[in-house]
Design a protein around this ligand. Sequence first.
Ligand SMILES: [Zn+2]
Ligand SMILES: [Zn+2]
Length: 366
Amino acid sequence: MSGQARAAVFLGDGTYEVREFPIPAAPPGGAVLKVEAVGMCGSDVMQFHGQKHVPGECSPVVPGHEIVGRLHEVTPEAAAGWGVAEGDRVCVDEIVKCGRCRACLACGGGLCSNLHLYGYTMGPDHEGGLWGGYGEYMRLLPNTHVMKAPDGLTAAELTVFEPLANALNWVSSVRVGPGDTVVVQGPGHQGLLCAAAALARGASQVVVTGTGADGLRLKTALELGVHHVVDVDAEDAVARVGELTGGRMADVVMDLTPVPATVRTALDLTSMSGARVALAGLKHFTPVDGLLTDLITLKNMSVQGCAGSTPAAMEQAVRLLADRPSIARTMAGTHVTLDTVEHGIALLERRAAGEDAVHVSLVHGD
Ligand SMILES: [Zn+2]
Ligand SMILES: [Zn+2]
């Protein structure tokens, strides 16, 4: 295979450069993807600044783990095993397990000891260098989990499959269901998709809270179909949820903000018996001031840490986008190119003057 592909390489010090790599050949049993679009997320920003949070993460790196593209070269083994052909548009699961280690062979899983994550664990010096969605092409290893993308959505719209898979995994782990009032704190793209996932699971009332700076995001929450939004700078979230539930309070609170204080609010927002709290927003390892664990005890509350996704949740996410493409369209947000990655980072860090976006994707040219 000849030709060159461009890729953004994050250097880990708050800078990046666009480098050229030869378009790679498929690894044995794997494939080569022509990346069309990749979602940008908060963990990309951490990588940009060299903050590591994933096992085996390397820096510098070609980041990008919310990957949608067309299969450019497919080995016969991958075609048979994955049920795909060259030219198919696919969503790529970032997690690649070896399938051979003790954890992989044990029922119920555990952490694979040879785990690879696209966009994190293989650097620009590793076998051809293109292992993340910020490259125009990338290699796919034989154990990759890919799903054919539904028709009718653009590649940029489809990139929300990855945060939607997280959201579906998390609403499942806190058992959201019909009859539940669910409060989502933090209307970033991951929070908004948690609200969409709670609605998809049949929650009876979904409330999203944000700050006065979140106008666009709260408006988007309403477009997704949530029942109420609360601007916590203008009104007291606990009092408002009290009103909305006739004093019963929430069955499930999902915390997705980057600030520790909302963990305390989450405990106050819950009902008196059997509520579930999902902690999904990372707080930069800052402790929570004034945490009253007695509330957890007295309310018989379950507190669930939520990180990442599963292959089953990814399949649900892609199917949900096929059934309800409006989720992807509503969440599409804006996009940047390889030449304007810096602007995407600024949007994610919310320092792009006068501009906000519910989601940012990097779209590669033809
Ligand atoms: Zn992500
Ligand atoms: Zn393994």
